[in-house]
Design a protein around this ligand. Sequence first.
Ligand code: TRP
Ligand code: ZN
Length: 476
Amino acid sequence: MRPYVPRRSPLRALCGALLVLACAASGCSGDADSEEGAAPARSGAAGAGDPLFPKLGNGGYDVTHYGLTLDYAPDDNHLKGTVQITARATEPLSSFNLDLDGLTVREATVDGRAATFTRGGTELTVTPKSPLSKGRIFKASIRYDGTPKTIHDPDGSIEGWIETDDGAVGLGQPTGSMAWFPGNHHPSDKAAYDVDVTVPIDYTAVSNGELESREVTGERTTYRWHTGEPMASYLATLAVGQFEVTDTVTDGGLPQYNAVDYDEVDASRKVSEQVSEIIDWQSRRFGPYPFSSTGAIVDRNPDVGYALETQTKPYFGAAPDELLLVHELAHQWFGNSVTPRSWQDMWLNEGFATYAEWLWEADHDGRSADEIFQDFWDGTDDQSEGIWAFPPGSPPSAEVVSDSPVYGRGAMTLHKVREAVGDDTFFSIVRTWLKRHRHGNADTKAFIALCEKESGKDLSEIFDVWLYGKGKPDRP
Ligand code: TRP
Ligand code: ZN
């Protein structure tokens, strides 16, 4: 778990300053390392070690904060930006990589000094003037511009930067955020964000977290969005469009910001009340809501065939129905607060978000969870198509991490665990899981260990059959 980094913390600024002074006094950087006989500075790895996405993310440093300053022109779909990345070197670095797909890099600096950079594929390699010693906190700044790419995934879906009829949106699951800003784009490196976006005055720019200010200068508006809790970069979003904004609070007192495309306003009239009701229900079921605000972005974006659980404000390409809201809001706990350490563990996101739908239906005069399980087994539920294609705990390739086994059979696994341990223990496991890994990363191994510890039972057969077994099990 990475510590929560308050924005513009005076303490942090002081620590940074002291560090710089200490370095200046001892002439640190690469030299200090060799003096002490520590490992010599080397290039940071081009990937974070994800078996399904080997080039995603990078090694050698840990980002604590992204400061994005963006300027977007909807007329010609042109983005101009600077990202300032605050990070800590986790090994002595002669250079480090960022992920970036497309766009033109104009300038790179590290701690204010010009750095050289090269590009190859989706890797941007930055070489600072002098090496970074292990533990060093540094600020890398990258200035870039261009028309961001829409990324076409092998499963046929699109992500990255997607134009709409009145603007555009950045969507990042699993790799799309590298289309609109350079960063360490692997879910294991979570960070705080400040996103400042300038758009023409007749547009609204919506991002994660809370709106700190909205300032009009001439014909343009600058929106400043702040995300204080750690966020994986695939959950970052920026939606530019013509939106009706509702800035309100939930019944439970949580700030709620909804942005609804004018074309979707009629169909979205219930959204604000539904978000409020669902967040309250989920907080009772799962424990405290993990973030400082909630809301939704309802766009008109017919090309995107999915919704995304973008942090604090899930994104919908059209007015959502209630169960889709339940699903995306459940991700705020499962996936956003507790984030998989690698994409193989996607079922921890989608299995739980799907199971949240089952629980909602059971609590709202629908089928019981047992009945839904049975309908998935029989294949009569329309979300059950294809769920036996591969074991949800080990998706065989990057193309299938968002396929139905990860959702439906992931939820079935959770239902089997619940059956084995009983309701009280099951919900106590869920709450402990969320509490223990809040704002961090976790993996399936830790989940299984927790289930077995809390229940005092050997659950290996359930996980072997439901999570890791090939094909449809012999009996439900
Ligand atoms: N993770 C999203 C959800 O379940 C859905 C999603 C995002 C998706 N990207 C995708 C589904 C690509 C299929 C293909 O809420
Ligand atoms: Zn989901």
